[in-house]
Write a protein of this length. Structure first.
Length: 282
């Protein structure tokens, strides 16, 4: 009996493995930060806007809760004869001081002499100069400005109080907008500064990360550290930490950005094929 020889069936071709693209939605893990490198700028900008808005809202809350009431008290203590004229303050017979742990505002008829303020921020309207001091003035000194000689301003309470009441919300909202703009500008500049490091690490790790992706990864790496500033601002506003503690949080938020900048390239997509040997900065 003859045995029939069966020919082996052809092996079907194996389809190429397509890497699964990660969806960038949070910047609080190394993988989440790395995912922003492959996304469009719009998604990164949305994450930055949300984070900047949260930080700005916390700043506005502290200003409205801890600083604005002191300004209101200082305005209520103004006399009806108070006026700014010929480069000096006139019509204030006695010293006016309104202070808290956060802010101290003093109007003094003399240019010299201590006022014994101990607030975190100290503002002095002297007779001929405007001075801004802080707890660190013993090391850094105070800022002093001369009043303009060609300006006059009525400072009596009947006009200053309704003006402050009407403009206080506008000033607080403006402070929030300015905070967001400054934060956004700092993120853009820091990402430009950090992206060569991300690019170099990706080259050593055999990761697919071009210059655009390196910048987006660097910008996203700044967001976890920025998130630390929200509890720092709120804790300061609640007086749970002092300015030294706030500076500690400020330093830690930079270190957090560096940690994510170093860790996120490990989670970027691998380079397919042979590792390029050319200069990663070329």
């Amino acid at each position: 009996m003859n045995e029939e020889t069966s020919s082996p069936s052809p092996t079907p071709p194996v389809p190429p493995v397509t890497p699964v693209k990660r969806f960038a939605w949070q910047p609080f893990t190394f993988g989440g930060v790395a995912a922003f490198a492959g996304e469009k700028l719009g998604r990164l900008f949305l994450a930055q806007i949300v984070m900047a808005a949260i930080i700005a809202a916390s700043v506005v809350w502290v200003l409205g809760h801890d600083y604005a009431p002191i300004v209101s008290k200082a305005v209520q203590k103004l006399t009806e004869e108070a006026v700014f004229k010929d480069g000096e303050i006139q019509g204030v017979p006695d010293r006016i001081v309104s202070e808290s742990k956060f802010l101290s505002i003093a109007i003094e008829t003399e240019d010299e002499g201590p006022i014994d303020q101990s607030a975190d921020l100290q503002i002095e309207f002297r007779k001929n100069i405007f001075r801004v001091c802080s707890l660190f003035s013993s090391a850094a000194g105070c800022l002093e400005f001369d009043y303009p000689k060609d300006r006059s301003l009525n400072l009596n309470r009947s006009k200053a109080e309704p003006w402050w009441g009407a403009w206080q919300p506008v000033i607080l909202a403006g402070a929030g907008v300015v905070t967001m703009l400054l934060i956004g500008l700092s993120w853009v500049l820091l990402a430009v500064l950090y992206c060569p490091m991300a690019r170099l690490m990706a080259w050593f790790l055999d990761r697919n990360l071009n210059w655009s992706g390196a910048w987006k990864l660097s910008a996203a790496a700044l967001l976890p550290g920025a998130a630390l500033m929200v509890p720092a601002i709120l804790l300061y506003g609640l007086r749970a930490i002092d300015p030294i503690g706030f500076l500690f949080f400020y330093a830690v938020h930079f270190v957090t950005g560096w940690v994510y900048l170093i860790g996120a390239p490990f989670f970027a997509p691998r380079v397919t094929g042979e590792k390029p040997k050319d200069n990663p900065f070329g």
